[in-house]
Design a protein around this ligand. Structure first.
Ligand code: UGA
Length: 466
């Protein structure tokens, strides 16, 4: 199939390369000329394990190209929207500027039978509105919403072999009709139109068939496919991220209780995790969640629910956010306590800047936040990360960065591990003991062996651990 992917960020680039790998003919389009230049030379503009290999082989096949010109989308049968929806400045709501600009630019390029496929994370009701714009353009194109569940660090694998596919499609009045009128779900902002919501009509099989062809390999291998309406597809995405964020904040709330009772949150997580209804994954207490998705998605969900008059239904997400942010403060407080509340002229080594290992992404990173706060309190912060220094230093040039973690912790008064890269998890406490000025480690990811560190002469401070 000929496919365009609009937006070449973490999502779009991986998607474009993976679709090429699956045998399609793909053009990736972005307004950022520098990004397109890098991609055209098969250089990913960000760190993602496995992506350089897939990108190189996709470019070598001659079936993947990149462009800044939206006119290059013309002639594609499927157009994926993969632009960002960041948090709006001064608000919790999502900023739809890029989605709106992409659809405006794309409309003149659409032809009869084309399918526009939204992948961006959007407030519920957006797909219905965009379907209306596409229909009004008279091109005969249709819209589907196909949320993405990839995790950074595993993006290539998650894209090539997803654990489920969700197709949110419009409704058509005439079964099997060629260009049946779409009885779209109208969005009379701020709420959803009740009459349109219950409109009769069959789910758009044309869109389902196209998506099944795009994902033929995954479908053939038995990947579950959920075919649904736009609103459900949009909500599946934010509900999944809201659930994951809630799970993390739940265990971090237990860590807060453990801290005042002397209990051990890691053992607690192991014990409740044996219950398969609960499960152990995403129950790692620590400095909390960050990144370009979970924090802004739960805020945008709460903001959208408020607009819909159902704010109370997800009011708990504000608590989830608050617990999460308190954990960052807890790490800062532990470091300050270890410095006897006298951070001036004391060296704090910060191990990790990315929001999680195997990523160079520092968007809403708890690690970077902790480094910035400690710097603000007057400590001499020396931060390191295997991949994220360039991104972190662009945002916070006031911090001192060194590439080598051994150099970072040499003569440190406190070491704080904030992103659990393998290289940090495997540090040898005995060998490092002589390097630091004061052997205190704050393990903000609860990823070290406390007994081994204590045995090597360190003061070990975890989160929610005695
Ligand atoms: C998340 C979701 O996991 C993906 O399914 C989704 O597609 C993606 O957002 C998105 O919306 O695009 P991602 O942001 O890559 O993926 O990161 P996660 O692996 O979910 O981790 C998020 C944060 O939670 C990280 O800061 C991580 O350190 C933290 N975390 C995770 C914990 O603090 N504890 C845990 O037990 C697990």
């Amino acid at each position: 199939m000929r496919i365009s992917v609009i937006g070449c960020g973490y999502l779009g680039v991986v998607h474009a390369a993976a679709l090429t790998e699956l045998g399609h003919d793909v053009v990736g389009i972005d307004v950022d000329a520098r990004k397109i230049q890098l991609l055209s030379a098969a250089h990913p503009p960000f760190f993602e394990p496995g992506l350089p290999e897939v990108l190189t082989s996709a470019m070598a096949s001659g079936r993947l190209r990149f462009s800044t010109d939206i006119a290059d989308a013309h002639g594609s049968q499927v157009h994926f929207l993969a632009v960002g929806t960041p948090q709006l400045a001064g608000s919790y709501a999502a900023d739809l500027t890029y989605v709106n600009a992409a659809i405006d630019a794309l409309l003149p390029q659409l032809s009869e039978g084309d399918l526009v496929v939204g992948k961006s994370t959007v407030p519920v009701g957006t797909a219905g509105r965009l379907a209306g714009l596409i229909e009004a353009s008279g091109s005969g194109a249709r819209l589907a919403w196909n949320p993405e569940f990839l995790r950074e660090g595993f993006a290539v694998k998650d894209t090539l072999a997803p654990d489920r596919l969700v197709y949110g499609v419009g409704r058509v009045a005439v079964p099997g009709g060629r260009v049946a009128r779409s009885e779209r779900i109208e969005t009379s902002s701020p709420g959803l139109d009740t009459a349109a919501r219950s409109a009769p009509g069959l789910l758009d099989q044309h869109a389902v068939d196209i998506l099944n062809e795009v994902y033929a390999k995954a479908v053939a291998s038995g990947t579950p496919v959920v075919v649904t309406d736009y609103a459900t597809a949009e909500l599946v995405k934010v509900a999944a991220n809201a659930f994951l964020a809630t799970k993390i904040s739940f265990i971090n709330a237990m860590a807060e209780i453990a801290e005042v009772t002397g209990a051990d949150v890691t053992q607690l997580a192991d014990a409740i995790g044996y219950d398969t209804r609960i499960g152990r994954r995403f129950l790692n207490a620590g400095v909390g969640f960050g990144g370009g998705c979970l924090p802004k998605d739960i805020r945008a969900f709460a903001a959208r629910a408020d607009e819909l008059g159902r704010g109370e239904s997800v009011a708990f997400l504000k608590e989830v956010d608050a617990i999460n942010l308190r954990r960052r403060q807890r790490v800062v407080d532990l470091v300050l306590e270890a410095l006897n509340e006298e951070p001036h002229l004391k060296k704090v080594a910060v191990l990790g800047l990315a929001f999680k290992p195997n990523s160079d992404d520092v968007r809403d990173s708890p690690a970077l936040d902790v480094a910035v706060q400690l710097h603000g309190r007057g400590a001499t912060v020396v931060a390191t990360d295997p991949e994220a220094i360039a991104n972190a230093s662009r945002l916070h040039p006031q911090l001192t960065f060194v590439a080598d973690h051994i150099e970072a912790l040499t003569d440190a008064d406190v070491v704080v591990l904030v992103t659990e890269w393998a290289a940090y998890r495997e540090l040898d406490p005995a060998a490092l003991r002589a390097r630091v000025r004061n052997p205190v480690i704050v393990d903000a990811r609860n990823c070290l062996d406390a007994t081994a560190w204590r045995a090597a002469g360190w003061t070990y401070l975890g989160l929610g651990r005695p």
